[in-house]
Design a protein around this ligand. Sequence first.
Ligand SMILES: [Fe+2]
Length: 365
Amino acid sequence: MKLGHLCESMGWKRVFLVSDEGLDRAGIVDLVHTPLVQQGRSAGSFLAVPAEPPIETVDWIARQIRDCEADVVIGLGGGSVMDATKVAAVVADRNCDAKSLVGIGKVERRGLPTVLVPTTAGTGSEATFVAILTDNHSGNKVGVVDPVLLADIAVVDPSLTDGLPPSITAATGMDAIVHAIEAFIATCATPIARGLALEAAKFLGPALTAVYQNPKDQSARDKMAIGSHLAGMAFANSSCCAVHALALPLGGRYSIPHGVITGCFVGEMMRHNAVACEADFRELGLAFGWGDSHAKAFSLHLDSLAGSLGLFDAIKTHAIPSSVIPAMAKDAVANRRLMGPNPNEVTVSDAERIYRSVLRIEEGI
Ligand SMILES: [Fe+2]
């Protein structure tokens, strides 16, 4: 990978690398870090970003970036690493707390330059100005959302996803499918977003099942990387909606991979949205390669895809008590950034019903 040349052409001399332990163990970090060290560009690194990174971790990374006077931050990883990188680059530049940036439009000006290098095909975070962190005090996931968070450069190299285990390929890939769907149906979707979402669907539909069945299918890996990036661009020009609103309270309270949650909830939520989305689902179904079908069949297809990728089995391994459903439903509906653009209103009782249905929790249990 020619990140050194890239930095040289941009005039960046002191690179700080952010990644996670799994990628470090798998040797992926070395592919990027060793050339930077050899060229004398490495100012420092933090290689232990946890999944669903807490706000405090971002502050800790930012302190290290500041201490070594880095002039660019590279985020190499999945959504957790890229989201932490986006916010840490601002906190390091401004010497503030990450918590003060939580919300919409709180960042206001760009931080240190960032280069984002995705190693999964799913989050599309390299193409968006959203970063999701965990607030350990409230138990919620929170968003830092501001157009100035957009990376300076995104490097999408499908070969970095070659070693992904099937469970991560499945969860992240399904999340990309949800991004394309929600970006397309959101009430704020622009024509550009809808075009990007349809194009993403054409790549993701056939490729996800293919790569899950045969992880060595390079052509499908390439399609997933492109499709996931396009889906990220789509929701950056539109919005995610109710599936993501329901996912954040659940993911904040229980460590369930984000894509497992969105993949399990999308079918049920699209059944709820069907009344407002019949034509959209037909168009999306064709783009995904699932044929010309009505809204009910579209939702069933999403359920059966999530089932065939093992996502329902994965979510079943987490015991979610009935008692948390009302609070999660309230938190989800209160998230107007994501619920506002959903094409069919979701009330607190709708949200409770959908949580119970997908999590197979009966009322009163
Ligand atoms: Fe997502």
